[in-house]
Design a protein around this ligand. Sequence first.
Ligand SMILES: Nc1nc2c(ncn2[C@@H]2O[C@H](COP(=O)(O)OP(=O)(O)OP(=O)(O)O)[C@@H](O)[C@H]2O)c(=O)[nH]1
Ligand SMILES: [Mg+2]
Ligand SMILES: [Zn+2]
Length: 319
Amino acid sequence: MDYKVRGLVIKSTGSSYIIRMDDGTSVECHIKGNFRIRGIRTTNPVAVGDFVQVTLTAESDQTAWITEVEPRRNYIIRRSTNLSKESHILAANIDQVALIVTVNHPVTSTTFIDRFLATCEAYRVRALLIFNKVDLLNEDELAQLAELRSLYESIGYETIEMSAISVQPSDILPLLAGKTTLLSGNSGVGKSTLLNALFGKELTRTGKISDAHDKGMHTTTFSEMYFLSPLEGEPEGVSAVIDTPGIKGFGSVDMEKEEVSHYFREIFRTSTDCRFNNCTHTNEPGCAVIEAVEHGEIALSRYESYLSLLGDCDEAKYR
Ligand SMILES: Nc1nc2c(ncn2[C@@H]2O[C@H](COP(=O)(O)OP(=O)(O)OP(=O)(O)O)[C@@H](O)[C@H]2O)c(=O)[nH]1
Ligand SMILES: [Mg+2]
Ligand SMILES: [Zn+2]
C-alpha cells in the first residue's frame, strides 16, 4: 500500500531531493517528469524550503515521489541573464536573504548587488548585506567598503562586514536567530566558509578562487538547508541557513517597466517629486530622480543599475 507523508525539502540536487519528515527522519525523493506547478515556469518545480507531500510505495524498490508542493509563503526566483529566459527558484519560504559580497577577491559588482536587492524587494523578502573578506582589502578597498556600506545603510539595508575565516559565530548568529536565511552571492565570496564557521566544523566543501581570474570556481553545486541550534539565552525557534551555489548574473525578474523604480527604495521615494507621474526617470523634464543623481543624493551606481534593469525589460518585450 502507498502512504503519504509531509516533509520539508532540505537538499536539491536537480534530479533528486532530500526531504526531512515531520518526525525528523530524511528520505530521498524524486519527481515525475510531468510534474508542474501551475503558474510558474522554472527549471526546478521544487526548491529547498518547500513543504511537500511525499508518496511512499511500500514495494521492494521503496521509491518516494513528491506528489504535491504546498503553497509557498514566498520564494526568490532568479532569471539567468542569457536569452534562454530560464528561471530558477533559489529557495522557498524564507525569512531573509543574506547576500554575501566582496569588494575584491572576487569583485562583486554593484549592478549584481542592486539587481539582487531589487529582486528581494519584488518578492518582499528582507535582505541583509554581508561584506566578506575584509582581511584581504588594502587601504583603497577598505575606503570603498566604507563607502558602499554607508550607501546601502542610507537606503535602508542592514550591512555588516566580516572575515569568514576568523569570524566568531556569536557575531553572526543573532542575525539568524529564529529565521530561515538564504545565503547567496557570486561564486567564491565565502558562503560555504561562513556556513562552516557558524557550525564550527566542515559541513560543506569550500574552494580556492582561481589565481588567473580572481573568481570562484563554483565549488558548491547543490542547495542545502542546515539547522542551527539556538544560542544560549536566545529565544527558541528554529534557525536555518541555506547554502546555495554561487550565481553569476542576475537577470530581471518578471517586472513591468513601470514597476522597476518601486524596487529601488530611494528612487521610489524621490519619484513622488517628478513632474509626470508616469516618469521613467530617463529623460523627462522635471524629473526629480535625475536631479537627485546630479546633486549626488542618489548614487550614480544605483541609478545605472536601475537603467540596466529597465533596459532588460525592453529587451524582454522584443524576445
Ligand atoms: N582571506 C579570506 N578568505 C576567505 C574568506 N572567506 C572565504 N575565503 C576563501 O575564499 C574561497 C572561497 O570560499 P567558499 O566558501 O568556497 O566560497 P563560496 O561562496 O561558497 O563559493 P561557491 O560555492 O563557488 O559559490 C576559499 O578559499 C575560502 O577559504 C575570508 O573572509 N577571508
Ligand atoms: Mg560554496
Ligand atoms: Zn522621474
